[in-house]
Design a protein around this ligand. Structure first.
Ligand code: BF8
Ligand code: SF4
Length: 638
C-alpha cells in the first residue's frame, strides 16, 4: 500500500493523492511506478554524456576520467553534451513551431474561404500583428490582411535573406543588435532546426561553444514559433480576457458527459468548445442531466480556459489520474505532452481516447482525423463518441475527488495593459513602472514549464511562488506551472490577501479595483499556454522600451521549477538569450560537460545578460532569484 510519505513524494495535490491511492488499490500503473521501475537511472544519460549520433556508438564518457574520455570519433564530453542539448532545442522548436505552422495554414484557409468554421475573431489583433510586421493595413480587406499575415508567417519557416520576422519584430532593438553581433539571428524557423540537426550530426560541429551558439539561434526560432502561435490563435479565436473558472479533478461531473481536451493546439479544441452546447440535449437523452462537460488538460486546457473559461482538470504528470476517476468518457488529444500510457488506461475502462492528428496516433486510441475544412462536423462526431461512451460508464467505478479550486485566468498582455489603463488611461505602463521604481514591486518572475515525475507535483511552484510573493515579486505564469497555481488556489484575490507582501498587495488591489474586479488581481497572473510565454516576453519588452533600457537590465526573472520537456529547454534557452536569469529546478543533462555547464550558468551572462540557475531546492532557488532581482535593481539605481 502507498504510504502517506510516498504519496507526498509524488504529489502535493489532494485530488492527485486520492487517485494514486485508487490506482494502488486497483493495481493500475502510473508514471510514478514506471519511473521507479527505471531505477537506477543511467548515469551517462543523466550527465548528458551518452552519444548515439552514429552507429559506431553508443559512446559514453566517464566524467571522472577513469573510463573513456573521448567517443570513438574523438568527441569530448563537452562536445557530446552540447550536441545533445542542441538536439533537444531543435526538437522543442519543431514542436512549438509545428503548432504555429498549423495555425498559419488554418489562417490562410480561413482567408481563402476554405475553412468557414474559422472566421477572424479578433480583427484588432490581426491589424496589430500586421502593423508590427510592416504590412500596410489600410488598403486591404480583413481577408486580404489575414492572407498577407498568413503568408509572412509561412515564409518565416523557410530560409530567407532576412531575419525571421516573428523573432526580429518582437524584441527590443538592443536585443536585435546583440543577436546580430553574436551571429545568432535565425533566417528561417525550419532552417534553424535543420541547421542545428546538421551541425550536431556525425562529424560536423565539435566546438562546444559554437554548438551552444547554434542552440541559441534555434531557440530564437523557437521564440518566433511561440509568438506566432499566440498571435495567430488570438486572431482566429480571440485574445483572452479575465475569466473565472475552476480547477482540480472535482471539475468532472457525475451527471455529465465528461470530455477532456488534451494537448496543445486550439485549432480543434476551440471548435469543440464552440459546438459542445449544441449536443447537450443528446447528452441528456443519453442519461446525463448535466449535458456535455468539457474539461481541459495541459496546454490545450490552458487555451480553452483562457478563451472559454473551460475548467482545468489537471496538467502534465497527473494526466493519467483524470482517467483513473472512471468519469472521463472521452479524452480528445491533438499533439505534444500526451503520455502513451493513456491508451492502456483507456482500454482498462469505458473511456475513449481519441487521437485527431495524423502525426500523433497512440495504440489503444480511436482515431478521428481532424481537418479544418470540416471542423464543426468533426468536433461534433468527437463529442458524440464521448456521449456513446458515457452510456457504458460503470457508476461503481466512478470516483471523482471532491477538490475544486476557483481561479481567475485570461491575462493576455492586452488584458494586463487593459487593467493598468484603468489606473492611467494615457500611459498604462506607468503605474507598473512607478511601482517597480518605488519598490512596491521588487521585480517580476515568470513561472513556466511542466511538472516532472522527479519532483513532488506542484511543490516547487507553490513554495517558490509564496516566498517570492511575500518579497513583493509580481508573478506571471504559463503552461503547466499556471495549472499548478490554479490547483492550489493561487490564481485568486484571496491568495493575494494571504500571501502577497504589503507592496505587492497594494498594487494588485489598486489595479484590481480600478479594473472593476471588486478586489485585488490574483496573486499569480495566468497568461496562458506554453507558447504564451511570448505574452510575458511582450510585457517585458514593453517595459524595457518604455524605460529605454534593454531586457537584460530589468529586474525580471524566469523559473521552471519542474521542467520536463525538450520544449521547456528551448524556452529556457531563449529566456536566457533574452537576458533573463532563468531558474531550472531539475538538473538538466549537462553536468558531464564541465565547460558547457559553466558557460550556461555563468559565462553566458557576459554575452546575453541572462544565465541559467540550476537549483533543486525551491527555497534556495527563490533566494537566488531574489538576489538576481536585487542585482538588477542596483544596476538600474533603484
Ligand atoms: O507546452 S508545460 S508538460 S503541457 S511542455 Fe507540456 Fe511542459 Fe506542460 Fe504545454 Ni509546456
Ligand atoms: Fe561515438 Fe562519435 Fe558516433 Fe557519437 S558520433 S556515437 S561519440 S563515434
Amino acid at each position: 500500500m502507498l504510504m502517506r510519505e510516498e504519496l507526498q513524494k509524488r504529489t502535493i495535490t489532494e485530488d492527485g493523492q486520492l487517485m494514486l491511492r485508487k490506482a494502488d488499490q486497483e493495481q493500475l500503473e502510473t508514471v510514478w511506478d514506471r519511473f521507479n521501475a527505471q531505477a537506477p537511472h543511467c548515469g551517462f544519460g543523466e550527465l548528458g554524456t551518452c552519444c548515439r549520433n552514429c552507429m559506431q556508438g553508443p559512446c559514453r564518457i566517464d566524467p571522472f576520467g577513469e573510463g573513456a574520455t573521448l567517443g570513438a570519433c574523438g568527441a569530448s564530453g563537452d562536445t557530446i553534451v552540447a550536441r545533445n542539448l542542441g538536439r533537444a532545442i531543435a526538437a522543442g522548436t519543431a514542436a512549438h513551431s509545428g503548432h504555429a505552422k498549423h495555425l498559419a495554414h488554418t489562417l490562410l484557409k480561413s482567408a481563402e474561404g476554405k475553412a468557414p468554421d474559422y472566421p477572424i475573431r479578433d480583427e484588432a489583433k490581426l491589424k496589430g500583428v500586421a502593423d508590427r510586421l510592416g504590412i500596410s493595413t489600410n488598403d486591404k480587406s480583413i481577408e486580404e490582411l489575414a492572407k498577407a499575415v498568413a503568408r509572412v508567417a509561412l515564409e518565416d519557416f523557410s530560409e530567407k535573406e532576412t531575419p525571421v520576422a516573428w523573432a526580429a519584430t518582437n524584441v527590443t532593438q538592443g536585443r536585435v543588435e546583440t543577436f546580430i553581433k553574436h551571429g545568432v539571428v535565425p533566417t528561417g524557423i525550419d532552417s534553424a532546426i535543420s541547421e542545428l540537426m546538421h551541425r550536431t550530426a556525425y562529424g560536423v560541429d565539435a566546438d562546444p561553444i559554437n554548438l551552444l551558439m547554434g542552440g541559441v539561434k534555434c531557440a530564437l526560432a523557437d521564440f518566433a514559433g511561440c509568438h506566432m502561435g499566440t498571435d495567430l490563435a488570438d486572431i482566429l479565436f480571440g485574445t483572452p480576457k479575465p475569466v473565472t473558472s475552476t480547477a482540480n479533478l472535482g471539475v468532472l461531473k457525475t451527471d455529465g458527459v465528461n470530455i477532456a481536451l488534451h494537448g496543445h493546439n486550439p485549432v480543434l479544441s476551440d471548435v469543440i468548445a464552440q459546438v459542445a452546447s449544441e449536443l447537450d440535449e443528446e447528452a441528456k437523452r443519453a442519461g446525463a442531466p448535466e449535458g456535455v462537460n468539457l474539461v481541459g488538460i495541459c496546454c490545450t486546457g490552458n487555451e480553452t480556459l483562457m478563451r472559454h473559461g473551460i475548467p482545468s482538470a489537471t496538467h502534465s504528470v497527473s494526466q493519467e489520474l483524470a482517467m483513473l476517476t472512471g468519469a472521463v468518457d472521452a479524452m480528445v488529444v491533438d499533439y505534444q505532452c500526451i503520455m502513451p500510457s493513456l491508451g492502456t488506461l483507456a482500454e482498462c475502462n469505458h473511456t475513449k481516447l481519441i487521437t485527431t492528428m495524423s502525426i500523433a496516433k497512440i495504440p489503444g486510441a480511436d482515431h478521428i482525423e481532424f481537418t479544418e475544412e470540416n471542423a464543426r462536423e468533426t468536433a461534433k462526431e468527437i463529442i458524440r463518441r464521448g456521449i456513446e461512451a458515457f452510456k457504458s460508464r460503470d457508476p461503481k467505478k466512478v470516483n471523482i475527488p471532491p477538490q475544486q479550486s476557483t481561479m481567475v485566468a485570461g491575462f493576455s498582455t492586452e488584458a494586463i495593459v487593459g487593467a493598468l489603463a484603468k489606473v492611467d488611461k494615457d500611459d498604462p505602463l506607468k503605474p507598473l513602472i512607478d511601482n517597480i521604481v518605488n519598490g512596491n514591486i521588487q521585480g517580476v518572475c515568470l513561472f513556466a514549464g511542466c511538472n516532472n515525475v522527479r519532483v513532488s507535483q506542484d511543490s516547487g511552484f507553490v513554495s517558490m511562488a509564496k516566498k517570492l510573493a511575500k518579497e513583493n515579486v509580481l508573478l506571471l505564469a504559463t503552461g503547466c506551472g499556471a495549472g499548478a497555481f490554479a490547483r492550489h488556489g493561487l490564481l485568486t484575490s484571496e491568495a493575494t490577501q494571504e500571501f502577497g507582501g504589503d507592496g505587492l498587495k497594494a498594487v494588485l488591489t489598486a489595479v484590481g479595483e480600478a479594473a472593476g474586479l471588486n478586489g485585488p488581481l490574483p496573486l499569480v497572473l495566468h497568461m496562458g499556454s506554453c507558447v504564451d510565454n511570448a505574452r510575458a516576453a511582450d510585457v517585458a519588452v514593453a517595459v524595457a522600451n518604455k524605460l529605454g533600457v534593454d531586457l537584460d537590465k530589468l529586474p525580471v526573472v524566469a523559473s521552471a521549477p519542474e521542467a520536463t520537456t525538450e520544449k521547456a529547454i528551448a524556452i529556457g534557452t531563449w529566456a536566457v538569450a533574452a537576458g533573463l536569469p532563468t531558474h531550472v529546478g531539475v538538473v538538466p543533462p549537462v553536468l558531464g560537460g564541465a565547460t558547457v555547464a559553466k558557460v550556461l550558468t555563468d559565462e553566458v551572462k557576459a554575452i546575453f545578460g541572462g544565465y541559467f540557475i540550476v537549483e533543486t531546492d525551491p527555497m534556495s532557488a527563490a533566494e537566488k532569484l531574489l538576489e538576481a532581482i536585487k542585482e538588477r535593481r542596483k544596476g538600474l539605481g533603484i
